[in-house]
Design a protein around this ligand. Structure first.
Ligand SMILES: Nc1nc2c(c(=O)[nH]1)N[C@H]1C(S)=C(S)[C@@H](COP(=O)(O)OP(=O)(O)OC[C@H]3O[C@@H](n4cnc5c(N)ncnc54)[C@H](O)[C@@H]3O)O[C@H]1N2
Ligand code: MOO
Length: 417
């Protein structure tokens, strides 16, 4: 099996011309695929965290009626135009218990926040400015502004106003919003069904003590958890030997019953890199090999109508490729809106001669506004995951990084799906 160190030469023998940039690969995902996840109407309490599959509009005006924004008195502003005036308090309006009558000149209604403004009133005055002279009478200040402290019917949303677009994630706050707008059910996307398989004669199952020539199938629990965290239903296939016919048969079976196949290893250029060879011969390759470190051999293809995401075998490379390619692919297939990874700018706390031409991701640890590059090789293992707060994102054109150079940083909190 080939393996690579993070410091391997920038240009592989076949040359840079074959390498696609990360942004080009992401554009190809959007161009090639449409959402495939099935849809279903569910009650709001079943929709938490789901992806919205329809446009949602306001069913009614918001607010539904003119209502008081404060506790106080409802009245006609014109009555106090000439100076502080006394009012007869003729009734009471509370949220859920409106005042039934109509308010006339010189009259006020005691009103509480959220109550419908009584007919005849055009203004609400805060109770803090009222002077109560005797039961049933108040004096209020002069020059009250008509319309003050009233939330007007439909001032926030008119009926039919677009509120959420298909692809929005139904966060708890948005469920509250939908309920407020009168929706009890919404159409959501169902989880993607994903087949997961690893390949390589050297692989042994997690829990097996490997011999010197063997490698624990450590990508499997990582990818299973990443896919599950992204809301997918994951179906694991056994470790595949380095045998093209066997892998082709498994991929063919998996393609019939899944929305996506995720493989690890076998995407590079070695003689045992069968996943890539199968896609080339029996399916379609959408892209393979990116100007990306780690994760260079990540590929995407189609087999029997199912998308196949071929992640590198190197565990660190598989992790980074999943974040950068797998996550947007899952969003696309799952019907979610595109979303860029959250990035912050930090000062580099290291010196590094970056190879130009590659988009490079370095595990980093943050102290204050500075990010330190972790010494571990980011491709061939995941030792850096014990300490890393996220990934430093160095664009293709970046070269010398000095202490203090501003660098983009993707914090893991919020970045992993
Ligand atoms: N001549 C070249 N050699 C390599 C290139 C290249 O461009 N030209 N690219 C290198 C890069 S970059 C990477 S990354 C690796 C990845 O290659 P593959 O995706 O084909 O993976 P393998 O070669 O099969 O395995 C690489 C490495 O990872 C270990 N591995 C595989 N599966 C798992 C698993 N499920 N869990 C844990 N570890 C796994 C495997 O034993 C190898 O050590 O290719 C470079 N070579
Ligand atoms: O560096 Mo490879 O890019 O180990 O994926």
């Amino acid at each position: 099996m080939p393996s690579s160190a993070f410091s391997s030469p920038t240009t592989w023998p076949e040359g840079r011309a074959m390498l696609l940039r990360l942004d080009q690969a992401l554009a190809l995902i959007d161009q090639t695929f449409a959402p495939v996840a099935a849809t279903r109407r569910v009650a709001l309490h079943e929709a938490a965290g789901a992806i919205l599959a329809e446009a949602v509009a306001a069913l009614a005006p918001l607010p539904l009626a003119d209502n008081a924004a404060v506790d106080g008195y409802a009245l006609r502003a014109a009555d106090s135009a000439a100076g502080p005036a006394g009012f007869a308090v003729i009734g009471r309006a509370a949220a859920g218990r409106p005042f039934a009558g109509t308010l006339g000149p010189g009259e006020a209604v005691r009103i509480f926040t959220g109550a419908v403004v009584p007919a005849g009133a055009d203004t609400v005055v805060m109770q803090e400015v009222a002077v109560t002279l005797e039961a049933g009478r108040v004096t209020l200040p002069a020059a009250l502004r008509p319309g003050a402290n009233i939330r007007r019917q439909g001032e926030t949303l008119a009926p039919g106003a677009a509120v959420l677009a298909p692809g929005a994630v139904l966060t708890p706050l948005r469920l509250g919003l939908l309920a407020d707008l009168g929706h009890a059910e919404v159409a959501v996307r169902l989880p993607l069904r994903v087949a997961l398989l690893s390949s390589g004669d050297e692989l042994v199952a997690v829990g097996t003590k490997p011999q010197a020539h063997q490698v624990i199938d450590s990508n499997r629990p990582m990818l299973r958890a990443l896919l599950a965290q992204a809301g997918c239903i994951v179906n694991e296939y056994p470790i595949q030997p380095d045998d093209r016919a066997t892998i082709a048969a498994t991929l063919g079976t998996a393609a019939r019953a899944h929305d996506l196949i995720v493989t690890t290893a076998g995407m590079s250029v070695g003689g045992e890199d069968h996943v890539r060879a199968i896609l080339e011969a029996q399916g379609r390759v959408i892209f393979q090999r990116l100007a990306l470190r780690p994760g260079r051999p990540v590929g995407l293809g189609l087999l029997g109508g199912a998308p196949v995401l071929g992640l590198p075998g190197n565990p660190g490379a598989a992790a980074v490729a999943f974040l950068l390619i797998g996550r947007p692919l899952l969003r696309r297939l799952g019907g979610a809106m595109p979303a860029s990874l959250p990035r912050v700018t930090l000062a580099a706390g290291f010196t590094w001669a970056k190879p130009a031409g590659d988009r490079v991701y370095l595990p980093g640890r943050v102290t204050g506004g500075t990010v330190r590059r972790l010494a571990h090789n980011a491709a061939s293992n995941l030792v850096w995951a014990a300490e890393a707060d996220g990934l430093i994102d160095l664009p293709e054109a970046a070269q010398a990084i000095e202490p203090g150079t501003p660098v983009a940083f993707i914090p893991f909190a919020g970045a992993w799906p």
